[in-house]
Ligand binder design. Structure first.
Ligand code: HEC
Length: 321
């Protein structure tokens, strides 16, 4: 045994069985700790919340200590600022850091399902630096956050004027970024998060990772083929459009305008022309019941919301240019 040989040279360690036993106990202890951590992180009970974050922080510290280099962020990573798709300005991380106040934030990140610690800029500071007062002018209605992989998250500017949004540039729990989602993507170089309890994707807050560009847009000009024309704002179809704009367009297009993660829902054929209304409503509410899919569940949509969406799809189907 290798252990035997090593121990025989040490006078005070005469009993190799004791050493092996100690090793076994030690390994057992480590496994037990992992089991406990697993159990705790599967438990959403508030009382374990503090304990959980402590354990996670300790693990994080040991990970950090093992590394030789301190900062793994790419200071050259570029964030673009665009106006209706045209480049307006760009800054690299180094420039952003020297121009903006940096924050250390800590909260339960729903994308990871656990507490995370980050270094970040406040979203409002970033918008103000990139666009000046333009981002508050009536000329623009929405912001399109563009990701490296082509994903675009759209949000009304009204939402972005709330506090709680941060653009993260460094994961403090991990040397390089901790992979996120089942696809294990690296969320850097920039990752938009919200620290408010109700500021979730389910409530239409944009959470793009791999953020590369921030585009100030006027929705009706940017996505004319998605907007239902000639109907009242209090009609069911228009209300359905508003839900689509807030929750669906980041993945779905209408008439080839919008996201490309999911299928176009109106072109070449409308979803309502080849699926039953009930099936569509069921699916929108609970896609994970039917498929392993990248489409998230929408359990909070009411029957009225779902009817409004159908009404919007019908309207877009019947009113083609
Ligand atoms: C994060 C991306 C994402 C979001 C957000 C999203 N979807 Fe989807 N959706 C998908 C993908 C991907 C598919 C493709 C089929 C699949 O994976 O099941 C899909 C499929 C669908 C289908 C077609 C199902 C079928 O095969 O007949 C409908 C209808 C649909 N989505 C509606 C919506 C509506 C309405 C919203 C907003 C309330 C929405 N989706 C939000 C990604 C998304």
């Amino acid at each position: 045994m290798v252990d035997n040989q090593r121990n025989s040279s040490q006078e005070h360690n005469k009993d190799p069985i004791r050493v092996v036993t100690a090793l076994l106990i030690f390994t057992g202890l480590i496994m037990a700790i992992f089991l406990i951590i697993n159990t705790i992180s599967n438990n959403n009970d508030d009382s374990t919340e503090e304990l959980r974050s402590k354990i996670i922080e300790e693990i994080a510290d040991s990970v950090n200590n093992n590394s030789s280099t301190q900062s793994e962020v790419n200071e050259e990573a570029i964030l673009k600022f665009e106006l209706s798709g045209g480049l307006f300005k760009e800054y690299n991380l180094k420039e952003l850091k020297s121009a903006l106040k940096t924050h250390k934030i800590q909260f339960v990140d729903p994308q990871y399902g656990k507490e995370k610690r980050y270094e970040a800029f406040s979203l409002q500071d970033v918008l103000q630096l990139g666009f000046g007062d333009k981002w508050k002018s009536a000329e623009y209605t929405d912001v399109a956050f563009g990701a490296l992989d082509g994903y675009t998250a759209i949000s009304t500017i009204l939402k972005l004027q709330e506090l709680g949004g941060y653009i993260v540039y460094k994961d403090l729990d991990f040397n390089n970024w901790e992979p996120v989602s089942i696809r294990e993507v690296n969320p850097g170089p920039f990752y938009l998060v919200w620290t408010g309890k109700d500021q979730t994707t389910a409530n239409d807050y944009p959470w793009p990772w791999q953020l590369a560009s921030i585009d100030l847009i006027k929705f009706d000009t940017q996505y004319p083929a998605v907007v239902p024309k000639g109907i009242a704002k209090d009609s069911t179809a228009y209300k359905g459009f508003e839900i689509f704009e807030g929750r669906c367009i980041r993945c779905h297009a209408i008439n080839q305008q919008g996201g490309t993660v999911g299928p176009d829902l109106n072109a070449p054929q409308s979803i309502v022309s080849y699926r039953s209304e009930n099936m569509i409503k069921e699916f929108i509410k609970n896609p994970s019941k039917y498929r392993y899919t990248h489409m998230p569940d929408h359990p909070d949509l009411s029957n009225q919301d779902l009817d409004n969406l159908i009404s919007y799809f019908n309207y877009m189907n019947e009113n083609r240019d």
